[in-house]
Design a protein around this ligand. Sequence first.
Ligand SMILES: Nc1nc2c(ncn2[C@@H]2O[C@H](COP(=O)(O)OP(=O)(O)OP(=O)(O)O)[C@@H](O)[C@H]2O)c(=O)[nH]1
Ligand SMILES: [Mg+2]
Length: 164
Amino acid sequence: MNYINKLFRKKHYLMVGSPCCGISSIIRIIAPKYIEPIPIMGFNYNRVKVNLFLNLTCFSISGFKMWPLLRHFFQEITGMIFVIDSSDFDSIFIKQCLTRLFKEELLESQKVLFLLNKMDLKTSKTMEQIIDELNIESLTREYKVVQINALTGQGVKEGLKYLD
Ligand SMILES: Nc1nc2c(ncn2[C@@H]2O[C@H](COP(=O)(O)OP(=O)(O)OP(=O)(O)O)[C@@H](O)[C@H]2O)c(=O)[nH]1
Ligand SMILES: [Mg+2]
């Protein structure tokens, strides 16, 4: 794809992660003017228009009850972001989420950007530990792992360039 086409192509990223992983903080960095709606019945879902060419659909995954609703958006997706709270995550649950996402036919050709958030905390695991625990290297699709701090924004925009 030439540079001009790439620049004007519409992009729509799916951003998911466990509750409290830092999705709202990342949205604040990417789209500071976006106002989050109040979650309905505990369901945390955001559709963010970042600019003319980029939309985000964001969910916290706390279980799989809402999955049928999630799937409704998969056909629009041009890239996936999986946010991980590096200081506190349940690797069994995250692996379940990844398996579920990667089983989806509509997401088959999508690259995945792993954002390892909260890297500033002393309790955070290292990138190597997380890759190992989640067995990320065994993935059979294109991916990139980037460390971020969603409070300062460090790493967020650079990471997103991977999905361009
Ligand atoms: N130290 C540190 N704290 C962070 C970072 N990112 C987010 N937090 C904190 O983690 C908590 C959860 O962040 P949110 O951005 O609300 O996370 P969320 O995924 O939107 O959470 P829910 O919508 O409640 O599921 C907040 O107290 C943030 O201030 C980070 O990079 N470093
Ligand atoms: Mg949130």
